[in-house]
Design a protein around this ligand. Structure first.
Ligand SMILES: Nc1ncnc2c1ncn2[C@@H]1O[C@H](COP(=O)(O)OP(=O)(O)OP(=O)(O)O)[C@@H](O)[C@H]1O
Ligand SMILES: [Mg+2]
Length: 203
């Protein structure tokens, strides 16, 4: 059998990679396969940290405040961030793009262009299924997203199709960005986020 021909994708460290796609298209699986767990900032994990249940959709403000906070802290010390959320709305993408710009890193959108039937199939087979209605709604919004992401200001929009899920090979290239090091008052040598408010030495 022929080995699968790889499609090599280069990602810089630091940079911000935004995954975008409907429920059950394979974003989290892809992220787990190609990145370290600490590089992936998942909205589901943040939701669970905020309210104890990753399926509880009642606290988007708190959930995404945490997503954005983690992204900021990591970018402030030149770490790679892969945001694993649907990123279906223009506002969601705009916020992440603005964070990337603030920390002067490349912001890349990985667009999961996976057929509807495939997502339904993935969803049926998983434990935490969301059901066809949610996936259908997501596909409608995704159609709009797909048409507009090209002009939203991302440094690159990478379209991932079904066969790419097995073909992609990610290469991470280190390209540091010089940042002014901030100090705790009193001279402790901790590195702080560029725009963080100092919560005090015991926090
Ligand atoms: N390349 C793949 N090959 C086989 N199965 C896959 C693949 N990608 C994802 N799956 C399966 O499909 C299901 C959905 O994938 P996953 O949870 O990664 O989707 P998701 O886009 O993160 O969904 P959500 O937006 O709901 O978090 C999982 O059970 C996973 O095992
Ligand atoms: Mg997921």
């Amino acid at each position: 059998m022929d080995p699968i021909e790889k499609r090599i994708v280069r990602v810089f460290r630091p940079s911000l990679v935004v995954l975008c796609g409907p429920a059950a298209c394979g974003k989290s699986t892809f992220a787990a396969r190609h990145f370290r767990p600490t590089q992936v900032i998942s909205s589901d994990s943040c939701r669970a940290l905020v309210c104890d249940d990753e399926r509880d959709q009642r606290y988007p403000l708190q959930t995404f405040a945490l997503v954005n906070y983690l992204v900021s802290q990591r970018l402030s010390i030149n770490r790679l961030c892969v945001v694993d959320s649907t990123a279906l709305t223009p506002d969601a993408r705009k916020t992440l793009l603005a964070l990337g710009r603030k920390f002067r890193v490349r912001v890349e959108l990985f667009l999961f262009d996976i057929p509807f039937e495939k997502c339904l199939d993935f969803d049926r087979k998983r434990e935490r299924s969301v059901g066809p209605k949610v996936i259908e709604e997501h596909f409608q919004i995704f159609g709009t997203a797909r048409a507009s992401v090209g002009s939203e200001g991302f440094d690159q929009v990478l379209e991932l199709h079904e066969d790419d899920l097995e073909k992609i090979q990610i290469e991470i290239l280190y390209r540091p960005i010089y940042r002014v090091r901030q100090e705790w008052p009193g001279g402790n040598r901790h590195s702080l986020a560029v725009h963080a408010t100092n919560p005090g030495p015991r926090s």
